[in-house]
Design a protein around this ligand. Structure first.
Ligand SMILES: C[S@@+](CC[C@H](N)C(=O)[O-])C[C@H]1O[C@@H](n2cnc3c(N)ncnc32)[C@H](O)[C@@H]1O
Length: 215
């Protein structure tokens, strides 16, 4: 997906992916990772997710990366925070307390930017990308992240019935893409009942899968 696609989604307020509550899988499974207080969590393609604030509330330093300045601004505004903004290389970094949102292209991240990220939270990041970009995304994480632990949420459905995003990401693709990491499926849920857009397209099964990824 080109940056312009996402900028337009934000400009038109077409942000059906944004959740009005903290993700229940995050709340359920994050404690299992037993991360040390203060450990830094990478949240790629973070939007203005409430999960960012929840992670900071768990004692983490949070590094979110997001293309849309509108999303970044909205996050701080909606949480009543007054961030400091500095230019850092290819990114405009917005910072308040333990939350840093790097406004810019995820693919411009350098290995040294992620050197102290020992945790990863991906909800609607991998599945926001078409296949060739997913491969690039997984390669970047494999190369740049030091040892750590994380959660990844995916959707799996018959891709030919609907154009993404969100894109379908099969279990095989996750395991191949993150070869070298320990990938464990923690739970899967059939969510077609809650997804009218998918039902209208004739999709009969929409599986949301939660993975723990240890790297
Ligand atoms: C499907 S949304 C998910 C947002 C968030 N993870 C959530 O759960 O609400 C994908 C987000 O990724 C952002 N995005 C897309 N491509 C990006 C890129 N190359 N670099 C940084 N952000 C990107 C979009 O602007 C959008 O906010």
């Amino acid at each position: 997906m080109e940056p312009a696609f996402w900028q337009k989604r934000w400009a038109d307020n077409q942000i059906g992916f944004h959740q009005a509550r903290v993700n229940p899988f995050l709340q359920k499974y994050w404690p299992r990772l037993q991360l040390a207080p203060g450990s830094r969590v990478l949240v790629p393609l973070c939007g203005k997710s409430l999960d960012l604030a929840w992670l900071a509330g768990q004692g983490h330093r949070v590094l979110g990366v997001e293309l849309s300045r509108q999303a970044v601004e909205a996050f701080f505004h909606e949480h009543g925070l007054e961030p400091q903004v500095v230019q850092q290389g290819a990114f405009e970094v917005w910072r308040s307390g333990d939350v840093e949102l790097w406004c810019g292209d995820f693919f411009a991240l350098r290995v040294e930017d992620l050197a102290d990220c020992v945790a990863l939270y991906d909800r609607a990041a991998l599945i926001a990308l078409p296949p060739h970009m997913r491969a690039q995304y997984m390669r970047l994480l494999l190369q740049a992240l030091p040892a750590g632990d994380g959660l990844l949420l995916t959707l799996d459905y018959q891709q030919e019935l609907l154009a993404g995003p969100p894109f379908s990401v099969a279990d095989d693709e996750v395991r191949l893409g993150f070869a070298g990491w320990q990938v464990e499926a923690l739970e899967e849920q059939e969510v077609i009942g809650e997804s009218p857009k998918f039902q209208e397209a004739g999709v009969q099964s929409l599986v949301e899968r939660v993975y723990r990824v240890q790297f």
